[in-house]
Design a protein around this ligand. Structure first.
Ligand SMILES: [Zn+2]
Length: 408
């Protein structure tokens, strides 16, 4: 509840109304279909306030009415559901060998998921910005053609992202000091909606919080699979960003120490988790012939080859996957000791190879638990390889869900 302990000013009343709008939207999202009386009874807001807020939300096409119900005591009531027909959030993701765009509306489900092949590790920032802008323009054309409004765009990057949406460092892409949000805004000719950037791991964790089997889990971690491994950390229902927004860089945790033991990582050190279990490292470790013709630019067929070999019982591939799973488990056990999460969901190639990686990872975490056995569940993410883009689309809708009325 919001308390006001100083003279009431207009701004305070506005803030209260914004907060109350968010309360109503949240209640309907979780309990739809529900009536105005249900909302009042469960939120503690009085009926007149709920009625006024609901009218406003219907007017802005954030809620809609859906018939009457007589399935309760008293008069039949008009039921409310979220209206997904008007506003759309866009999420983009820079993957190992592709760019992905997802559009989602307030009701949550993705409206479109488009992919385009793209070798981000060799393309450089300028070409990446051009390709992201082209993909965005196509998606925006489709969305506005269907009489919908884009509320915002968020891009997920496998690297560090600061508060201004710049990327100080992304070793997996070979980027340093790329003002990505500003460049993308310029390439899109200052569109009328906000353009944001976040780490792909943070966005994937936001997607896990909202969608799929772990939605609503207060303490969870999403580990991205891809060129870099990053951790999106949720503790007590909130994303942990750290002081500069750089929390969760688990990919450069030293799993094997020192140059004699660990392979070189693109960050300049040796034996990092990414250098052992990132998608490029996994393919090179398990398929020594894959990189004979130069850098690998298309990972999906190689991951499918590894799956086929593992299914067929190929001994070196199975042993290699077990070893990688153990190393993944070492990193996960650090997360477990620090955060005590209920769920660690792995994405990307780690999810694709989960049947062979995760048993070894779970055994490693159990063996390293200092106290009682860890209760954490280590599972493949159910959100597929567009989790970060889905999280980006969700993030773009956050201001509306926080009770701000959309403009336009
Ligand atoms: Zn590293």
């Amino acid at each position: 509840m919001i308390s006001i302990d100083r003279p009431v000013q207009t701004a305070d009343l506005g803030d209260v109304r914004v907060a109350n709008r968010a309360v109503v939207l949240r209640h309907v999202r979780r309990h739809a279909p529900c009536s105005r009386a249900d909302v009042a009874a469960h939120t503690g807001l009085n009926k007149a306030t709920v009625s006024s807020l609901v009218s406003e939300l219907i007017e802005h096409r954030l809620l809609r009415e859906t018939g009457l119900t007589e399935n309760r005591v008293g008069r039949p009531a008009t039921m409310l559901v979220l209206d997904g027909s008007r506003y759309v959030g866009l999420g983009l993701q820079i993957g190992a060998d592709e760019l992905v765009v997802v559009a989602a509306d307030l009701t949550g489900g993705p409206l479109l998921t488009w992919r385009r092949a793209f070798a981000a590790a060799t393309a450089g920032p300028q070409e990446t910005v051009r390709a992201l802008a082209a993909l965005t323009r196509r998606a925006v054309t489709r969305i506005t053609g269907a009489d919908r409004t884009v509320l915002g765009l968020t891009v997920g990057v496998p690297g560090l992202v600061d508060a201004a949406g710049a990327v100080p460092s992304a070793p997996a892409l070979g980027w340093r000091d790329v003002p990505l949000a500003a460049e993308l805004r310029r390439a899109l000719h200052d569109p009328g909606y906000p353009v944001g950037v976040d780490t792909d791991a943070n966005l994937a964790a936001c997607a896990e919080l909202r969608h799929g089997p772990y939605a609503g889990t207060a303490d969870l971690v999403h580990l991205t699979g891809g060129l870099a491994i990053g951790a999106g950390l949720v503790s007590g229902g909130r994303l942990l960003r750290g002081g500069r927004g750089f929390a969760g860089e688990i990919g450069h945790l030293p799993v094997l120490a020192g140059p004699p033991d660990g392979p070189a990582c693109r960050c300049g050190r040796h034996g990092c988790l990414t250098a052992l279990a990132g998608v490029d490292a996994v393919v090179r470790r398990l398929l020594p012939d894959a990189a004979l013709d130069g850098p690998i630019t298309d990972y999906l067929p190689e991951i499918e080859r590894i799956q086929a070999l593992a299914r067929a019982g190929d001994e070196p591939v199975r042993a290699g996957l077990t070893e990688i799973g153990r190393q993944l488990g070492q990193a996960v056990s650090v997360l477990v000791d620090l955060l005590d999460p209920e769920v660690v969901a792995v994405g990307g190639h780690l999810a694709a190879l989960a049947p062979w990686l995760l048993p070894a990872a779970r055994a490693e975490v159990a063996a390293r638990a200092p106290g009682p056995p860890a209760a954490v569940r280590i599972e493949a993410s159910a959100l597929g390889s567009a989790a970060s883009a889905l999280g980006g689309a969700t993030a773009a809708l956050a201001t509306v869900e926080a009770g701000q009325l959309p403009v336009g």
